[in-house]
Write a protein that binds this ligand. Structure first.
Ligand SMILES: C[S@@+](CC[C@H](N)C(=O)[O-])C[C@H]1O[C@@H](n2cnc3c(N)ncnc32)[C@H](O)[C@@H]1O
Length: 364
């Protein structure tokens, strides 16, 4: 066996591993159909099938890099996009729908044919980095905002970074069912978010008034563009119709509220925009964003946040609220809050990455 062949084999092994890791995540987080598709995809890569050709741009990368670049999610999204496009009714019929579990074997056969017939369609979709906007994360952020409102007793100025389409900017207009902790928000809201709550209740009685909201993203998702909107939907996992319905309801609200996301890097935007002001609590927040920053950007942003904290006062406080995996375990997503003056870093909750559960651990 030549060295080229040996290298080819190790490339395939890394790809297979990346697809298997994603299959495990889909199985754990509620999409057995996507997990089954990814398992079949992994076997196709091993056998040098049409998917192996589509993965040519990532040859030579380690499994870790492939997971970081979300290669399996790109492929899964490309497949779902074809379903949502209506261009392949036979394939669409194999996917799960309300009252229908889906047929992963038949879906895989149809996808394999589609990859052979139209590889460029998949390649084009997969060349973009995946961008999602998970509105149920608002259910994890909400108790953080309530904590800030209760402790500062001031109206809130909101600044979101890495906002994607900006759907979590409207968190105060959604309705929440927090299980045993109670309910919060407008009972008539078209966006209804439920989460499995454990631990003590958050300060649901805090008076909340949002006086301004702004957001940035390196590459905002323009939901006014139908293609970008369908791309957001495509990254939802097949069979999770509730997740898709929540996204569509939030997109309709964002359109009506004329939500905007500014195209700028988070570091410069934060330093320029999120400066504390008298008479309000200035809140910088983000969710599932930190891991996408290079180490030096993380350091620059931490420094910018620290500078803003130093400028805070009791009548112009500054809060840094974030829902991010802990530095030591991607599986442990945490809600943390640092509030200036004072600047003590607090763990408020352990949360599900898509918002399905909240374990509130903050001291009363
Ligand atoms: C996984 S998405 C999360 C979106 C949203 N926060 C949510 O929870 O649904 C991460 C977002 O971070 C953005 N992003 C990555 N690096 C960035 C940077 N340096 N400045 C601003 N946005 C960035 C990406 O464009 C992407 O929209």
């Amino acid at each position: 066996m030549g060295s080229g062949e040996a290298r080819g084999m190790s490339d395939a092994a890394a790809m297979v591993r990346a697809f298997e890791i994603q299959a495990g995540a889909c199985a754990t987080f509620g999409s057995p159909f996507s997990a089954a598709l990814l398992d079949r995809a992994a076997r196709d890569i091993e056998a040098g099938g049409p998917l192996a050709d589509l993965l040519a741009p990532w040859r030579g990368r380690s499994a870790r890099v492939l997971v970081g670049e979300a290669v399996a999610i790109r492929w899964l999204g490309g497949a779902h996009d074809l379903v949502l496009s209506g261009e392949d009714p036979a394939l669409a019929h194999t996917y799960p729908a309300p009252g229908r579990p889906g047929d992963a074997e038949a879906a895989w056969s149809a996808l394999r044919e589609a990859m052979i017939a139209r590889p460029e369609r998949f390649a084009t979709f997969m060349s973009h980095e995946p961008q999602t906007n998970e509105v149920r994360r608002s259910a994890c952020l909400l108790p953080g905002f309530l904590t800030i409102a209760r402790e500062t007793t001031l109206p809130l100025r909101l600044f979101e970074i890495g906002a994607s389409a900006g759907l979590n900017q409207l968190w105060d207009r959604y309705h929440y069912d927090l299980g045993q902790a109670g309910e919060w928000g407008d009972p008539g809201s078209p966006v209804r978010l439920d989460t499995a709550w454990s631990g003590p209740a958050p300060p649901l009685e805090a008076a909340v008034s949002v006086i301004s909201r702004a957001a940035c993203d390196r590459k905002p998702v323009d939901f006014r563009d139908p293609a970008a909107r369908r791309r957001l939907e495509a990254y939802m996992w097949a069979g999770q119709s509730e997740r898709l319905a929540r996204l569509d309801a939030a997109l309709a609200m964002a359109l009506a509220a004329d939500i905007r996301v500014e195209a700028e890097d988070a570091v410069t935007w934060t330093a320029r925009r999120a400066v504390p002001e008298e008479g309000a609590a200035t809140v910088l927040f983000h969710s599932i964003f930190w891991q996408y920053l290079p180490t030096e950007t993380q350091a620059a942003l931490t420094a910018a946040v620290g500078d803003l904290g130093v400028r805070a006062s009791a009548t112009a406080p500054f809060a840094w609220l974030r829902m991010e995996p802990s530095p030591t375990s991607m599986a442990d997503v945490q809600l943390r809050l640092t509030l200036w003056p004072g600047g003590e870093d607090r763990l408020l909750a352990h949360v599900h990455p898509h918002g399905a559960s909240v374990e509130w651990v903050a001291a009363a």
